[in-house]
Structure formats: structure tokens, C-alpha cells
Write a protein of this length. Structure first.
Length: 164
């Protein structure tokens, strides 16, 4: 069997299992009024703004290869739209960590990973769907995976902090 076919079957099975066993949490529904970068948006709910950090992924930073592309992808996908954010916790900066659902059933995190514009942030996420999507994007050399040696954003940030 072709590698892509097997990855597709595994991805489908993981999606089914995830939908059955995924934890339920809180939801926010509002309009996206700002896209800070590929994995951070601002949601307006009533008159309150909420900063949302996409759960389970890490997009390239501004100034890093594919940083602008991932920001544009996020903006094109959700800016000005009404979306639902499924979330359970906030990060140390007070941002809501969540999954942004748009256009009915699309997960912004999954779409970014599928397009090769984000890493599955394995240090903070064990999501099997994101893991399978990253493997498929790597295998097919989509987006940032076309580079010979893409640098994960957490390593890029660490390098930037070390420079005087």
C-alpha cells in the first residue's frame, strides 16, 4: 500500500476515536477581530475581547520562514468571522487555550497543521489527530516541511533569547 493511503486510514481512525473520547469543556462564540500571528487571535464576545492561543500547535514566528504565511492563512480563514472556541484552560499569560472551530466544523489548529504551517506542539499536546496530520504534512513536504531543516518555533525563540 502507498504510504499516503495508510496515513489517511490512520488519520481517519484517529479522528473517529478523538471525537468519541474528546473531553468536553467551555465554549466561547464570537467574532475574530484581530489575528496576532498564526496561532493567536482576538475574539470579541459581546463587548469583551478574549485573546485565544490555539491549543496543541505552534506556528512559525514572525521573522521566521513561513511565519507570514501562517499568519495570512489564519487571517484568511477566520478574520471577521463568527467562530466557536472550545477550551478548558488558560495559559500563564491569561490567554484562552482552545480549538477554534469555523465554517461549520473546521478546526483551525488541524487546518494549519494539515497545510504544513504549524507544528504539533507535542510538549503540551498528545492529540493523535494533530500528530497524524503533522506526519502526513511532513511526508508530503507541505508548507514548512518543504525546507530541508525547518526550525521549530520554540527552538527559534530560544535562539533569539540567547542573542545579546
Amino acid at each position: 500500500m502507498k504510504k499516503e493511503y495508510i496515513v489517511g486510514i490512520v488519520l481517519f481512525l484517529l479522528l473517529v476515536l478523538y471525537s468519541i473520547f474528546s473531553p468536553s469543556g467551555d465554549q466561547l462564540k464570537g467574532r475574530v477581530v484581530k489575528v496576532q500571528d498564526g496561532d493567536t487571535i482576538t475574539l470579541l464576545v459581546g463587548s469583551t475581547q478574549h485573546k485565544i492561543r490555539l491549543q496543541g500547535i505552534d506556528c512559525p514566528e514572525k521573522g521566521q520562514p513561513f511565519g507570514t504565511v501562517s499568519t495570512k492563512f489564519t487571517s484568511d480563514s477566520v478574520f471577521g468571522k463568527t467562530v466557536t472556541v472550545e477550551w478548558e484552560e488558560k495559559d500563564r499569560y491569561g490567554r484562552v487555550l482552545g480549538d477554534v472551530i469555523y465554517d461549520g466544523k473546521k478546526s483551525l489548529s488541524e487546518e494549519l497543521v494539515k497545510a504544513g504551517l504549524a507544528w504539533h506542539y507535542k510538549q503540551y499536546s498528545k492529540d493523535p489527530v494533530l500528530a497524524a496530520l503533522e506526519i502526513k504534512a511532513r511526508t508530503t513536504k507541505k508548507g514548512l516541511w518543504a525546507d530541508k531543516n525547518p526550525i521549530p518555533p520554540w527552538e527559534w525563540r530560544k535562539q533569539k533569547r540567547k542573542k545579546p
